[in-house]
Ligand binder design. Structure first.
Ligand code: NDP
Length: 307
């Protein structure tokens, strides 16, 4: 049984920042990088809103730098995953995918969240070429263009509002006859001149020679008045929710209704002493690399102060 003082699960900005801080504080952090080393950011191309890079920075390069920085300051980063976690008593018992057993004094959960996609083959085909699940990250590339946002919840409305300030026109593709979002958000999007809401509408596919040039849609799918039609768009944004990666901790740690880890206010502490949560796994609201990095720093400081 390997004994680890500070185990960090996940290698996005939250995990690596926690590792840098823990490493510098001589807390011998071990990071399990998980199935997607570098985390969600590595699915995009250029990051323009992470401070410190005047021209923006390639996402993979940024995450590579963070990893190297963590290693340089005392973290051990392993390319592997934690597959079992027993948080019922401290030290905590965990197992990695090779069957190695770990006893950890502190655990920082930074496993992130995954954007939901519709499951269309075209989403894969055009990923990074017009398909995005983050308007704040990629909206800038669609100034004065036409985009579509899929979803009718608060996130979709927020993303549509954000995009409407940049793009010429924003379609919202909503599968129901109404928006699910809160009243105030519904009011905002319906009153916004350059947003057009396509109710009762589903997406069948995307088309385009060089990236997304349009979407195939269907209105009243499966009904007698079903109608298929196309719209011309340059960008296709998914906003149908995120799934936090908390499967491993279900039933052990307090989660909200959407599965995000609940942390104490202004803290990364969970309901279990010695277990902290940082980044998107505990953040249904902001979901930004820089915010995740900041909460990784908070987690490391909280671990250190609890010693
Ligand atoms: P929600 O689950 O609230 O909404 C998801 C939306 O996507 C719904 O309109 C849903 O449609 C639609 N959808 C889901 N799956 C599909 C699909 N396969 N095809 C087409 N449409 C689909 O997720 P959000 O991310 O919007 O919000 C998550 C939580 O965070 C909510 O509690 C929300 O209130 C909160 N939030 C709050 C904010 C704020 O207060 N400022 C900002 C952002 C989020 P349908 O309605 O038909 O199910």
């Amino acid at each position: 049984m390997e004994k680890i003082k500070t185990l960090i699960i996940g290698s996005g900005p939250a995990g690596y920042t926690a590792a840098i801080y823990c490493g510098r504080a001589s807390m011998k952090p071990v990071v399990y990088a998980g199935l997607q080393p570098g985390g969600q950011l590595t699915t995009t191309t250029i990051i323009e809103n992470f401070p410190g890079f005047r021209e923006g920075i390639d996402a993979n390069q940024l995450m590579g730098e963070m990893r190297q920085q963590a290693e340089n300051f005392g973290a051990e980063v392993r390319d592997g995953s934690i597959v079992e976690a027993d948080l019922s008593s401290r030290p905590f018992h965990l197992k990695d995918e090779r069957g190695n057993e770990i006893e950890a004094e502190n655990v920082i959960i930074a496993t992130g969240a995954s954007a939901k996609y519709l499951g269309l083959a075209d989403e894969e085909k055009y990923r990074g070429q017009g398909v995005s699940a983050c308007a704040t990250c990629d909206g800038f590339f669609y100034r004065k263009r036409v985009v579509a946002v899929v979803g009718g919840g608060d996130t979709a409305c927020e993303e549509a509002m954000y995009l409407s300030s940049l793009a010429k026109k924003v379609y919202m593709i909503v599968r129901k006859p109404q928006l699910r979002a809160a009243e105030i958000m519904r009011k905002r999007v319906t009153e916004q001149e350059n947003i057009e809401i396509l109710y009762n509408t589903n997406t069948l596919g995307l088309f385009g020679e060089n990236g997304v040039e349009g979407a195939h849609l269907v209105r009243f799918k499966g009904e007698p008045n079903e109608e298929k039609y196309d719209i011309a768009i340059d960008g296709f944004f998914l906003a149908i929710g995120h799934t936090p990666n908390t499967e491993l901790f279900k039933g052990q740690i307090d989660l909200d209704d959407h599965g995000f880890i609940i942390t104490q206010p202004k803290s990364t502490k969970t309901n279990i002493e010695g277990v902290y949560a940082a980044g998107d796994v505990a953040d249904p609201t902001y979901r930004q690399g820089v915010v995740a990095a900041a909460s990784g720093a908070m987690a490391a400081i909280e671990v250190e102060r609890a010693q």
